[in-house]
Design a protein around this ligand. Structure first.
Ligand code: BGC
Length: 348
């Protein structure tokens, strides 16, 4: 079969190549790939900045935002051939740490977790892949290709769970939310915050392309420029850019008692000069800054429900580009009007 593989930490090593069929010890369910979403983490891995091959191997099959069709359900699953499924990304660490021991692998404390297509387990960008049934989520068949949005939905399902749990520390009635970054994660955050009846504002650099309309279609308000110029102080900020200046502005702008959830992964060090000012604002306004990564089975289950209930026409507008596997390099280069690019392996 063919797969998109990379030698982690080696820039320019990605290729679409012949690759051995998945081994039976990779799981009892055999799946045919339908599509795989591309995200910033994939771009980082291909650029040689992130990623780990399976132990004893040099190459890693890329891809963690899957959608596939069951070919062989194997002896111990209730799945049927033809079912649409998505593979869970993370596996608990082998020790296990207390969080992994109770199934909250997204909160792994010793860093020894593994992740498909990212850290030590092959991903989903291969014509066929295998999984254990307990790491597969069956998607509503009426979602079709939109099932490929399940993984990003899990990330935001967990992030918002964290925000609402954190809000219970005091009397809290959030009314306004700001989402920074109108990529797939930011737009899914806006969708879910609107579903929670919040007044939603989304801030992004782009002032053209599909993003403003996607936000307006939700009943949200779209902004460009700095969060500091907004004429309200948000109760919730979901930060989806990972850009230092956007994070700094968000921390200054959040309302009293407000919560900022960081989901973007950026770089650039700690500006020591500004940290005390930022901390003072956080102290004086009782703010909470919570980081959120990955998702556990509870979030996958809820995200599946959330996706199935969402407006299909709106969701379909998030998928702005489909590439063939042999053109994966183009899929990795962001174009101005891209929201979510997917690599399509077969028809749904
Ligand atoms: C994935 C997460 C993963 C994180 C860190 C993200 O792109 O969606 O599942 O935990 O990268 O590796």
């Amino acid at each position: 079969m063919k797969a998109i593989t990379v030698e982690p930490k080696k820039p320019g090593s990605a290729r679409y190549e012949d690759f051995p069929e998945p081994e039976e010890n990779e799981g009892s369910v055999l799946v045919e790939a339908v599509a795989v979403g591309v995200c910033g983490t994939d771009v980082e891995i291909v650029a040689g900045k992130y990623g780990w091959a399976p132990p004893g191997k040099t190459r890693l099959v890329l891809g963690h935002e899957s959608l596939g069709r069951v070919i062989d359900p194997g002896p111990r699953s209730s799945l049927k051939p033809g079912d649409l499924v998505v593979g869970i990304v993370r596996r608990p660490d082998p020790v296990p740490c207390p969080n992994c021991a109770v199934g909250e692998w997204d909160m792994c404390t010793n860093g020894q977790y593994t992740e498909r297509g990212i850290k030590e387990i092959h991903g989903f960008m291969s014509q066929r892949w295998r999984s254990e049934p307990e790491y597969l989520i069956k998607v509503d068949p009426s979602l079709g290709i939109l099932g490929v949005l399940l993984e990003p939905m899990t990330v935001i399902t967990k992030a918002l769970e964290q925000v609402y749990l954190a809000g219970q520390r005091s009397f809290w009635e959030p009314r306004t939310a700001l989402v920074t970054g109108a990529g797939p994660i930011g737009l899914l955050a806006a969708l879910r915050l609107r579903a929670n009846n919040l007044e939603v504002h989304v801030l992004d650099r782009a002032d053209t392309g599909p993003k403003p309309d996607l936000v307006h279609a939700l009943g949200g308000t779209y902004h460009t420029g700095s969060a500091l110029d907004l004429d309200f102080d948000p109760d919730i900020i979901v930060e989806c850019t990972g850009v230092g200046s956007v994070i700094g502005d968000s921390i200054q702008k959040v309302g009293s008692g407000g919560i900022i959830c960081l989901t973007g992964i950026g770089a650039g060090g700690v500006g020591a000069g500004a940290v005390a000012d930022v901390a003072a604002a956080v102290v004086l306004k009782n703010n909470l800054i919570v980081g959120s990564v990955n998702a556990n089975k509870r979030h996958w289950y809820r995200a599946g429900q959330n996706l199935a209930r969402s407006d299909r026409e709106w969701l379909s507008r998030l998928i702005t580009r489909r590439e063939k596997p042999e053109n994966f390099q183009q899929a990795l280069v962001r174009q101005p009007n891209d929201v979510k690019t997917i690599i399509q392996f077969s028809e749904v």
